[in-house]
Ligand binder design. Structure first.
Ligand SMILES: Nc1ncnc2c1ncn2[C@@H]1O[C@H](COP(=O)(O)OP(=O)(O)OP(=O)(O)O)[C@@H](O)[C@H]1O
Ligand SMILES: [Mg+2]
Length: 255
């Protein structure tokens, strides 16, 4: 069964008198158990697509199904299958890591709360920080907190919006290890990242999105073929497929 099936998804936003097409006929199929990377320049539509999968946006047209269930018509069932990791959310003031996880476990109506919280703390290496006030965590630990919060629900599809943004080398590496562990446990993962090495290391397949359109989707090797750069780096391929306006500078930087 497909973990995700998006068909011709369109979503526009009004910016004053201007209409911005954030997603234009986005069709994407993710198989159960794979890690798919969604790569694109700033403003390409990555976060919008992730919000659409979570049912947080009303689509202009098209449809999204998660494990065969339609996101807009069967949202309550879809919510049980997915969770989202985003560093762009705030944290409630004044609660410890453990208390905040307990709070989310309650919101999620999770059974066996104690065990799930324990598991989530262990899996993310957060046990030693359980007593610390969550919004005083450093970026790396804060990111681990967001992941542990998402793991509470045992999501079958885990959505991660820039999971390693702003993290130091070691923290980012630990998050990638965590992502790989989740995959081994059978979780399907869709992640966005601006780090090409991360995408190359983690993802079974990569979708390149630009100005709301999927420009290419495939393995790194397939993308290289599509971009006619069989021995190029993923960065080169990315720039070629997004027809980067920086290509001139980039060529200079290489030579
Ligand atoms: N709530 C909103 N209201 C109006 N415009 C929006 C809204 N959300 C997104 N947009 C616009 O939709 C487009 C896509 O934005 P989105 O946040 O999805 O990009 P992104 O690929 O996640 O970029 P980044 O790499 O910078 O995170 C942008 O032009 C953005 O300004
Ligand atoms: Mg974004």
């Amino acid at each position: 069964m497909l973990a995700l099936q998006s068909e011709n998804v369109c979503k526009s936003f009004a910016h004053g008198k201007k209409i911005i097409a954030a997603l234009e006929n986005v069709s994407l199929e993710i198989r159960e158990g794979e890690i798919v990377g969604l790569l694109g320049p700033n403003g390409a539509g990555k976060t919008t697509f992730i919000s659409a999968i979570c049912g947080l946006l009303e689509l202009d047209s098209g449809s999204i199904a998660v494990f065969g269930k339609d996101v807009s018509r069967e949202r309550s069932q879809v919510i049980n299958e997915i969770n989202l990791v985003t560093g762009f959310a705030g944290l409630l003031n004044g609660l410890s890591v453990e208390d905040l996880l307990r709070y989310y476990a309650m919101l999620y109506s999770i059974p066996d709360k104690k065990q799930r919280i324990e598991d989530a703390l262990i899996q993310t290496g957060l046990s030693e920080k359980r007593g610390q006030i969550a919004n005083t965590l450093s970026s790396g630990y804060r990111q681990r907190f967001y992941i542990s919060k998402a793991l509470l629900t045992h999501p079958r599809l885990l959505l991660m919006d820039e999971p390693t943004v702003g993290l130091d080398v070691e923290s980012a590496r630990q998050i990638r290890v965590l992502v790989q562990k989740q995959k081994k446990q059978g979780t399907t993962i869709l992640l966005t990242t601006h780090y090409m090495h991360e995408a190359e290391q983690l993802c079974d397949r990569i979708a390149i999105i630009n100005s709301g359109r999927i420009e290419a989707f495939g393995t790194v090797r397939e993308l290289k073929k599509m971009a006619d750069r069989p021995s190029g780096s993923l960065e080169e391929v990315f720039l070629a497929l997004t027809k980067s306006r920086w290509e001139g500078d980039f060529v200079e930087a290489r030579s």
